[in-house]
Structure formats: structure tokens, C-alpha cells
Ligand binder design. Structure first.
Ligand code: C2O
Ligand code: CU
Length: 481
């Protein structure tokens, strides 16, 4: 055999690595041992918190703080989180947006039994892909009580340049014991504040799902109102903001006074940069945005307040060395540009779905008007039909929202492509959460490459708990939790 030098070197290197292992194992094992493990210890427990303004109250926390500790790792590292449950009820952690192994997905009764009080559970998965994510409890209303935090996976090769970055976790709070909402307390939903009729419940106070609470604190990284920590910039810098909406029931419309924002990533994935006046971010969504600090002064990144106190918050953006004066806030007037999903285009072309999906599911979103339940195809989870898929299929979900409210629909374990008829399929953006407005239709398509049982639901926590959910099940899966 005639071996040239290059081939010989390759062969020699390969032999050295794989000497004692069969070829098909060596890659995997060799790869694993090289990946650094980043270990975190989380205790889920009640703790007294203060959001910088307002009363002390008891929230449900990871390590006594809200939000929980930020997990920040490099792409390809192994994240290991040892969760100790010091709460009075079962809990789990879900790694929102990360297509990990099904048993690590953290959904009680679907991927694991809830971790019981006093018990410990270890989550372990590879940090992939790079991007801005979040983690949160997936048990009951615990997300709204404070059990969430940010998860940042830094890319091995940073493709976007910036000088400074900030992570901004947006959270809606009821600043009293129990955080979000207490089991014993039910209130009419916020819809009535928009002039709609309050709905009547047809059952007793101890049954049925909870209404959305009236929030009285919109926090950024656990601080409300004037306690919100400023974004400090220097003249000439390019700033990256990781916007993460960990709220249970609030969508924000954000605008930065004095500067244009450029969206660079949607749900962690890079997109062709889009300039926008307003960024809309729904529950469970993430946007990375950049701006150039070229207008020295004291400004506010403000969220539109409908006038009912909903979702209004203001983050100071302060230039270093500029004398503090009253910051200028953004105005929300007619004619502002708000980029939508259909203005986004994938930065790197991704695998192309064939022009016909292998399987289609209609997902009609409804409920809320005359009932306490929110439905998909008229069904209330857990009495909803599973979405059966087969490994290797492209699966198209055709959403239609027939209700009065918006629904951020979220699929676990997969990114989906948002179908955009004006772009070729390889340019469709990848997301894991997509908002359906009143009467809107959106189709998404995912590749069934991650076997298991995956929750699929509205990320308004109160809609999810009121039935707007089903489960994607891979054919042949007979797992019992
Ligand atoms: Cu943030 Cu079921 O998800
Ligand atoms: Cu919803």
C-alpha cells in the first residue's frame, strides 16, 4: 500500500487515540473525557427576598436568591446541577430551549418524577448550542414564585463583536409571601382591565386552575422600579444585551431612548441582524440585541406600559462620566417599527425541510372566554391527544389562535423552524417559543431527531396550568414515569 506522509500522520494519530477502544466508541469516550464538567449546587428553598423597593416577602428561590444563580459556561462543556429540594413540595428544573436528552428535561410526570422534599436529583447535559437560555421549575406555579434563572452558553468562536454585555432577566412579581400567587387566592384575570367582562367561575374556590395574578412589580435581575441596576456604557462601545423573559404571564415591548436596537439572536440562535424601534419579547423568549453607545447621556430602556400598570419597567442606560440627570425615556408613538418573526432570516442556512412535511398537526388555540380552561383543539391537558411522531420525520405544526389573548407556544427538546413563505426554507429561523396573536396563524416545523416525550405548551404559566398543553411522543415510546 502506498501511504503518503499526510495519510500516515492521520492514521498514526488515530491509532494512538483509539488504541484500546473500538472505533465507534473512541470518539465518544475520548470526547467526553475532554469536556470539562461545570458543577453547580442548587438548593430550592423558601427565602425572604426584597426586590430593592417594596416589602420583604417570602419567595421560592434557588440558593436564596431571585433570579437563581446565573449559569454561564462554554459551548461543549458539561453542565452538572445538583438540585436539593428544600421546599415543602415536589420540584424539577427544566432547561428551557436546550435540546438535551429526554430524561434531563425536568418535566414532572413526563420526563421524571418530581424530586420530593428532602431529596436530591442531578441534572447533567452538554452545553449546546451556544446562546441565551433560561432554566426554571416546571412544577405547578413555582416559576411564578421565583424558581428561574439565566443560562448562558458562550460560543467557542464568537462571531458577533461587542465590547460589553449585560444579561437582563425580566420577571413579573406579586411582592408578597408566596411570590406569584397563593393557592388560596383567586382573582379575576387581567383581561377585565381591558374592558372585557370579568369571567365567572363555575366551581368552588379550591378547584380548577388559578387566574393570572395582578402583578405589582416588574423586575430586572430581581430589582424593581428605581432599584433596577443601570446598564453602564462608555462612549463608542458596542453593547450586547441578552434579554430573557422569565415572566409567567407578561409580554414586554421594549424601546431604548436615543438609540436604535439591532436584534442579533432570537431564542439563542443567530439571525441576520435586524434594526428595530421596538422589541417584543414573550414569556420564554430570548433576544440578544446590540446598540452602539454613540449618544452620551442618561437614557431609559423602557417597556411599554399599557396604562394599566402591565409590563411597564425602565432600565437606566447611563454613559460613564456623564453627569447624572433625569434620564430620557422612550416614547411609544404610532409608526414605530417593530420587527416580527417574518423580518428575521437565519444567519447560517440550516438543513432544508423537504417541501412537504412528513406529518402535519393542526393546533387550534382557544379557551378563556366562558371557561377557566385554555385548550388546544378543544382539549385540556392532560386529557389532550399526544402528537405522535416518528424519528427522522419533519413535523409541521399549524397553529391558529382563535382566542382573545396571545399565546407563546413552546416546544421542548427541539428547535423548530418558523415557516416563512417569503424565504427559502433553509433561511427560516430557528426558535423554541413563538407568540400567536389573536386570530393569527403561524406554522412551525421541527425535525424529529430527539426521541422521548416532550412537553409542548403555552408559556403563559396560567394558560399551561389551565390545560393549554399536549405531549410530543415518539412512536414506540412506552416510557412510564
Ligand atoms: Cu420554559 Cu415547558 O417551559
Ligand atoms: Cu396562552
Amino acid at each position: 500500500m502506498n501511504i503518503n506522509r499526510r495519510t500516515f500522520l492521520k492514521t498514526a494519530a488515530g491509532a494512538a487515540i483509539g488504541a484500546t477502544l473500538p472505533h465507534f466508541l473512541s470518539d465518544q469516550v475520548f470526547g467526553k473525557t475532554r469536556q470539562p464538567v461545570r458543577e453547580f449546587h442548587f438548593s430550592a428553598s423558601k427565602a425572604t427576598v426584597n426586590l430593592g423597593e417594596g416589602p420583604d416577602f417570602i419567595a421560592w428561590t434557588y440558593n436564596g436568591q431571585v433570579p437563581g444563580p446565573e449559569i454561564r459556561v462554554k459551548e461543549g462543556e458539561i453542565i452538572r446541577v445538583v438540585l436539593k429540594n428544600d421546599l415543602p413540595e415536589g420540584t424539577t428544573i427544566h432547561w428551557h430551549g436546550i435540546p438535551l436528552q429526554n430524561i434531563m428535561d425536568g418535566v414532572p410526570a413526563i420526563t421524571q418524577p418530581a424530586v420530593k422534599p428532602g431529596e436530591t436529583f442531578t441534572y447533567e447535559f452538554e452545553a449546546r448550542p451556544a446562546g441565551s437560555f433560561l432554566y426554571h421549575s416546571h412544577a405547578g406555579y413555582q416559576l411564578d414564585q421565583g424558581l428561574y434563572g439565566s443560562l448562558i452558553i458562550e460560543p467557542l468562536n464568537e462571531k458577533t463583536s461587542y465590547d460589553r454585555e449585560y444579561t437582563l432577566v425580566l420577571e413579573d412579581w406579586v411582592m408578597k409571601d408566596g411570590g406569584g400567587t397563593a393557592r388560596t387566592q383567586r382573582r379575576p384575570m387581567q383581561g377585565m382591565m381591558h374592558g372585557r367582562m370579568p369571567r365567572r367561575r363555575s366551581f368552588g374556590p379550591s378547584e380548577g386552575p388559578l387566574w393570572e395574578p395582578f402583578y405589582d412589580g416588574y423586575a430586572v435581575n430581581g430589582r424593581v422600579n428605581s432599584a433596577i441596576a443601570p446598564v453602564v456604557v462608555r462612549d463608542g462601545e458596542k453593547i450586547k444585551l441578552r434579554l430573557i423573559n422569565a415572566s409567567s404571564a407578561t409580554t414586554y415591548f421594549l424601546r431604548l431612548a436615543g438609540h436604535a436596537l439591532t436584534i442579533t439572536h432570537s431564542d439563542g440562535t443567530p439571525i441576520r441582524p435586524v434594526d428595530t424601534d421596538v422589541v417584543r419579547i414573550g414569556m420564554g423568549e430570548r433576544y440578544d440585541v446590540t446598540f452602539v453607545a454613540d449618544n452620551p447621556g442618561s437614557w431609559l430602556l423602557g417597556a411599554y406600559d399599557s396604562g394599566f400598570g402591565e409590563g411597564g419597567l425602565q432600565i437606566p442606560v447611563i454613559y460613564k462620566g456623564v453627569n447624572r440627570k433625569e434620564p430620557d425615556g422612550p416614547t411609544f408613538h404610532r409608526g414605530l417599527r417593530m420587527a416580527t418573526y417574518f423580518d428575521f432570516e437565519a444567519l447560517q442556512p440550516t438543513e432544508t425541510p423537504i417541501d412537504r412535511a412528513d406529518r402535519y398537526y393542526n393546533q387550534s388555540l382557544s379557551g378563556g372566554m366562558h371557561s377557566s380552561y385554555w385548550t388546544i383543539n378543544g382539549q385540556v391537558y392532560p386529557d389532550s391527544d399526544p402528537l405522535i411522531v416518528r424519528q427522522g420525520e419533519w413535523v409541521r405544526l399549524r397553529y391558529g389562535n382563535h382566542s382573545m389573548m396571545s399565546h407563546p407556544m413552546h416546544l421542548h427538546g427541539h428547535f423548530f423552524k418558523v415557516v416563512n413563505p417569503s424565504l427559502p426554507p433553509e433561511r427560516w429561523i430557528l426558535k423554541d417559543t413563538v407568540i400567536l396573536d389573536h386570530m393569527q396563524r403561524i406554522e412551525v416545523e421541527f425535525f424529529a431527531d430527539n426521541p422521548g416525550r416532550w412537553f409542548h405548551h403555552c408559556h403563559n404559566l396560567y394558560h399551561m396550568e389551565a390545560g393549554m398543553a399536549n405531549v410530543v411522543v415518539y412512536e414506540g415510546d412506552s416510557q412510564q414515569i
